[in-house]
Design a protein around this ligand. Structure first.
Ligand code: NAI
Length: 339
């Protein structure tokens, strides 16, 4: 098969990075078109990425450009409708998290994915493609930790990026769906189970602006899964030191920790104040390898006629659980999940 022709929609913080990776790194792929409602972003992409076909309307891109696939990296509320349009057009779809901003939207996506079994649909939960997380999964599957007891996931954005976070707070559907959704996906993946109850709390500790969305700047949730294992999540926007994503999986025989210190690299700085390591500052820096790996997997699946391990159903479950956590937070009550 010749190169997979991909159109990227959304050229913001992450969309531009995906477009750049497709143009410069992903093997057997071509950045054929880009789409954004922001003309300035389109002008930058045309100049920097040498992409000729630039659109400010998604449907026009689908109608006018010869594509094999789309990468959807627009605002979260656009994911499900754009996925449905692309599948109807016969295109393979990579879609950033979340799959949709409601359970109903995700179910519609899942249904459409089932209607087009010859097309590849891949939800973008890139942590599964980070080498450290993939290694941890392998160890768990080999039985190294024994029976899983607890998953603990912290995902806290740096305070330095709060301005941008506040700008898209209205369309993000809240911290559980926007931030904790990664840890929800990881917990299901690592624990090999589904939650049966959730209790969430949180607050506005530094940014009362979140109150208008019924949200907090830091939220937490406790869940019990149907194999009795437990999970604790913290999602927030106020890490003073940098981009703080850390994960722990405790089992009956061993514990795994991933990035317990959010270090930028292996360098230690030694000076009159002491010895220290710098922190990674952005998601793009911490997970660049994972973003590259997941896009490569998407392209390889298309070329090899196979499906990725992660499914539309995984996307649906993550949104569903995030929605229940949000409901628990708003109503301050434990929610039992019917199977
Ligand atoms: P952003 O706000 O920086 O960019 C959004 C982009 O979408 C802009 O280019 C905007 O012009 C475009 N857009 C919005 N509506 C559109 C429409 N109707 N048609 C065409 N383009 C449209 O947002 P950011 O941070 O880049 O996030 C984008 C998506 O990626 C979000 O859904 C977010 O959840 C996800 N994301 C995932 C991350 C991960 O760790 N996997 C990290 C950051 C974001």
């Amino acid at each position: 098969m010749k190169k997979v022709r991909i159109g990227v929609v959304g050229l913001g913080r992450l969309g531009y990075r995906h477009a750049e990776n497709i143009a410069n790194i992903t093997r057997h792929a071509e950045l054929s078109a880009v789409c954004s409602i922001d003309d300035q972003e389109l002008a930058i992409a045309r100049k920097e990425l040498d992409v000729r076909h630039c659109y400010n309307d998604f449907q026009t891109m689908l109608d006018q450009c010869e594509l094999d696939a789309v990468a959807i990296v627009s605002s979260s509320d656009q994911h499900a409708p754009q996925t449905l349009h692309a599948l109807e057009k016969g295109l393979h779809v990579f879609c950033e998290k979340p799959t949709g901003i409601s359970h109903e939207e995700c179910k519609a996506v899942e249904q459409a994915v089932n209607n087009y079994p010859h097309l590849v649909y891949m939800p973008g939960f890139m942590r599964r493609y980070d080498p450290s997380y993939a290694y941890a999964k392998k160890k768990i599957d080999e039985g190294y930790i024994g029976k899983p007891i607890l998953f603990r996931g912290y995902s806290v954005d740096p305070e330095s990026s709060i301005e941008g976070a506040l700008k898209y707070a209205a369309s993000s559907a809240g911290q559980f769906l926007d931030m904790a959704v990664h840890d929800i996906d990881l917990a299901r993946w690592f624990l090999g189970a589904e939650p049966r109850s959730v209790y969430a709390i949180g607050g506005c500790f530094a940014h009362p602006e979140y109150e208008q969305y019924g949200d907090g700047d830091n939220v937490a949730a406790l869940m019990q899964f149907d194999n009795s294992s437990m999970a604790f999540f913290l999602a927030g926007r106020t890490a003073p030191h940098g981009y703080n994503v850390e994960t722990e999986i405790i089992g009956t025989k061993a514990t795994l920790r991933i990035a317990a210190v959010p270090q930028k690299n292996m360098v230690e700085l030694i000076d009159p104040t002491g010895v220290r390591q710098e922190c990674s500052q952005t998601f793009q820096e911490r997970f660049q390898e994972a973003f590259v790996n997941e896009m490569q997997e998407f392209v390889d699946c298309i070329r090899e006629g196979r499906k990725p391990e992660i499914t539309a159903g995984d996307g649906t479950m993550s949104t569903f659980i995030a929605e229940l956590a949000t409901k628990s937070f708003k109503q301050n009550e434990l929610i039992k999940i019917e199977n």
